[in-house]
Design a protein around this ligand. Structure first.
Ligand code: ATP
Ligand code: MG
Length: 335
């Protein structure tokens, strides 16, 4: 059966971008009739590539797990765990550190964005992030990886690493993974700046909608979201040069499971003063059941920890033999 892998960092609270670009897809793939085996991971080892306060990391990992479950991931049907409990990820990442080339890593735009001007001061882990990500995916021989648009370049690198490994060792052991980048909101933008992606690590809380925001906060953030003075157009092409307007329309479409064209057929001609409250109502309606379920699950951290521990056991049953075979291909004694 085809296998799905994807991860989310516990580097802050879940955002609307994570939900629409990733988690909503995860749920669809779990529930698809095609019979995917789904492996979903809280990638705590990725999170610490930039500084994380230890208590916050623990809390964010549990809250992220609660978010997965509240959004519709069933920990029986899918495998749900945190990365650090499955050491095979970092073991395979080391092999991939020796396969990937410095030049490949230097071209990664996420590194450039996150390292900022002073790249010399970034952690070595941030630089090597894509090799660990390739290991996350390939240690399960995953074939499908649902992600947001921003991860496309990392997935191409994952294919390059798999292809170079296969070539160097004369094997076809690692599959070439397909990115699954689908839906109306594969790149949700910041509410304050239509040229920047919405991120959980953005210093401005007004730039994003958090899954845990209450209805008032959601409404206020949408009301204050940057827009232009024109009314909404009635066709998609006219959104081309209007990134902020396009972002709000994309969010509306994704939240209502409709296409952008269908949404514009309804709201074309409206002013933002009328559209924004409609969007806020829709967002509250879609997000509040998830956030209240998250809050309920967070009252039982022991249960969350047990789910993650059990998920890690199941994940290791898949990952350990694949790592052993990799070691054998590389020529490690004892594998
Ligand atoms: P950070 O700022 O710490 O990198 P993040 O919000 O980018 O956090 P990640 O954990 O890096 O979240 O990404 C988890 C998943 O969410 C990935 O599949 C990523 O592509 C997707 N994603 C992140 N931000 C967005 C966004 N703005 N729109 C759509 N998908 C997104
Ligand atoms: Mg990110």
């Amino acid at each position: 059966t085809p296998r799905v892998f994807s991860g989310i960092q516990p580097s802050g609270g879940l955002t609307l971008g994570n939900y629409l670009g990733a988690m909503k897809r995860f749920v669809e793939m779990q529930n698809a009739d095609d019979g995917f085996e789904c492996v979903y991971c809280m990638v705590d080892l990725h999170a610490i590539t930039v500084w994380q306060d230890p208590a916050a990391l623990t809390r964010n990992t549990r809250e992220l797990c609660a978010g997965f479950i509240a959004a519709g991931i069933d920990p029986e049907r899918s495998i749900l765990f945190n990365q650090s409990q499955v050491p095979e990820h970092t073991q395979l990442a080391w092999i991939f550190n020796c396969v990937a080339r410095m030049g490949w890593m230097k071209r990664m735009t996420q590194f450039k964005d996150k390292a900022g001007k002073n790249a010399e001061n970034a952690s070595l882990g941030l630089f090597g992030y894509p090799a660990l990500m390739a290991a996350d995916i390939l240690v399960y021989h995953a074939t499908h990886v649902p992600v947001g648009e921003d991860q496309k370049q990392h997935l191409e690198l994952t294919r390059d690493i798999a292809a170079k490994f296969n070539h160097d060792y004369g094997t076809n052991f690692f599959p070439l993974t397909e990115p699954v980048i689908e839906g109306a909101a594969t790149r949700v933008m910041s509410l304050r700046d239509g040229s920047k992606k919405m991120s959980k690590s953005d210093p401005s809380d007004m730039a994003r909608i958090n899954m845990t925001d209450d209805p008032d906060a959601i409404a206020q953030k949408i009301r204050k979201a940057r827009t232009d003075p024109e009314p909404l157009p009635d066709n998609e092409a006219a959104l081309e040069e209007r990134p902020e307007a396009r972002n709000l329309v994309n969010i509306f479409a994704a939240l209502s499971d409709r296409s952008v064209a269908e949404v514009l057929a309804d709201v074309g001609g409206k002013q933002f003063s009328e559209f924004k409250p409609m969007l806020a109502d829709l967002a509250v309606e879609q997000l509040s059941p998830i956030s209240s379920e998250m809050a309920r699950l967070m009252e039982q951290p022991d249960e969350i920890d047990a789910i993650l521990a059990r998920g890690a056991e199941r994940a290791r049953e898949i990952a350990a033999p694949i790592l052993r075979d990799t070691y054998r291909i590389v020529g490690m004694v004892g594998a």
